[in-house]
Write a protein that binds this ligand. Structure first.
Ligand code: NAD
Length: 327
């Protein structure tokens, strides 16, 4: 059985990816700096993985750990570990973003090249586009990240390209620019997660700006399908968008949630936040060609899945911690 490595496995997308890889018959070593023993969010994400024979968890920080032993005979590394989230990347936390998103990626690339790992699949982000695009973003559009987070994701992506295009590079790379991924276990700081929790609690959800910001929302199983396909794509270095190909306003999301949950979601109007862009929209031409990608879950169906998951949680809804609420 082939054993692949997933970084950021205790996270939202990483844990879904690991489950998807196991379903496809692979064995997975997952690495994350968060331990399920001390972090309830990590424990929740890893609940379907820990204890399985075909899954092995390594709790380690990619910024400092010796990565060589993790890479022995590994055909593919899926690199999803990062500090995610735009708003927290302003201010004092930037050093953490730099370490986890840039230094960790560079260390992993060095180790992959030394171990001759054939393929690295790296999570990038739609935030590398910033305010630059007006219509659907194409991969070769100008890039102008509007937040420190976006800058670190672009640096990470560019590091991948530098390593993969070196003469006689042993490691090829596919970087995936994910567009707002949602679904069960979505990070609690993200908009859909907050809206659904507000619908459950009856407490207001902060709405930044006028609600007319548009986002391309990608259901997590579609993101996983693209990520798995990237492991075998025929390329030395490629960057592709992973989105739904449809852009929806937050106001429309609130309306859909009202239908699904049977009541309007109370909204607390707030000024828009630095780093939030007006529109994200993915042009899917390249990802269709390279990965045969075809998103299959529309927003109404995906929201319903996330709502069903949230309402089935053992302890009812998980209230936001003070830390998350402040983001
Ligand atoms: P997440 O925060 O749920 O998961 C990231 C995981 O990486 C966390 O469990 C964290 O502990 C781990 N991690 C961070 N730094 C680490 C380090 N130094 N060593 C080891 N582990 C470390 O985030 P997510 O939403 O699942 O995002 C996964 C990836 O996709 C990230 O690279 C993110 O930038 C990217 N992305 C996500 C979205 C989205 O909508 N969720 C959109 C665009 C890009």
């Amino acid at each position: 059985m082939e054993r692949v490595l997933v970084t950021g496995v205790a996270g939202f997308i990483g844990s879904h990816l690991a489950e998807g890889l196991l379903r496809r018959g692979m064995a997975v070593t997952g690495v994350d700096s968060r331990s399920p023993a001390s972090d309830p969010g990590a424990a929740e994400n890893l609940a379907g993985l820990v204890g399985r024979d075909d899954f092995h968890l390594v709790v380690a920080d990619l910024v400092t750990a010796d990565l060589t032993p993790l890479l022995e005979d590994v055909p593919v590394v899926f690199h999803l570990a990062a500090m995610a989230g735009v708003r927290r990347s302003w201010g004092d936390r930037f050093a953490d973003y730099l370490a986890c998103n840039v230094i960790a990626t560079q260390r992993l690339l060095e180790a992959c090249v030394a171990a001759e790992v054939p393929r690295l699949v790296a999570a990038s982000s739609s935030s590398v586009y910033g305010h630059a695009s007006t219509g659907p973003s194409r991969e070769d559009d100008p890039l102008a990240p509007a937040s420190p987070y976006g800058v670190t994701k672009l640096a990470s992506e560019r590091l991948c390209a530098a390593y993969a295009t070196r003469r006689q590079a042993s490691t090829s790379v596919v970087a995936l620019r994910y567009f707002t991924v949602y679904g069960p276990r979505q990070r609690p700081d993200m908009a859909i997660s907050r809206i659904l929790r507000a619908a459950m609690s009856g407490r207001g959800v902060p709405l930044y700006g006028d609600g007319r910001q548009r986002r391309d929302f990608t259901y997590v199983s579609d993101a996983v399908a693209a990520t798995v396909a990237a492991a075998t794509a025929d390329t030395q270095m490629a960057v592709v968008n992973v989105g739904s190909g449809r852009s929806t306003t937050l106001k429309e999301v609130l309306d859909l949630v009202a239908v699904i949950t049977g009541g309007a979601v109370p909204v607390l109007h707030r000024l828009d936040q630095p780093g939030d862009v007006e529109v994200t929209a993915a042009d899917l031409t390249r990802v269709r060609e390279l990965l045969g990608y075809q998103p299959s879950t529309d927003l109404a169906a995906g929201l319903r899945q996330q709502w069903t998951w949230l309402t089935s949680q053992r302890h009812g809804y998980a209230p936001l911690t003070a830390d998350v609420a402040a983001r």
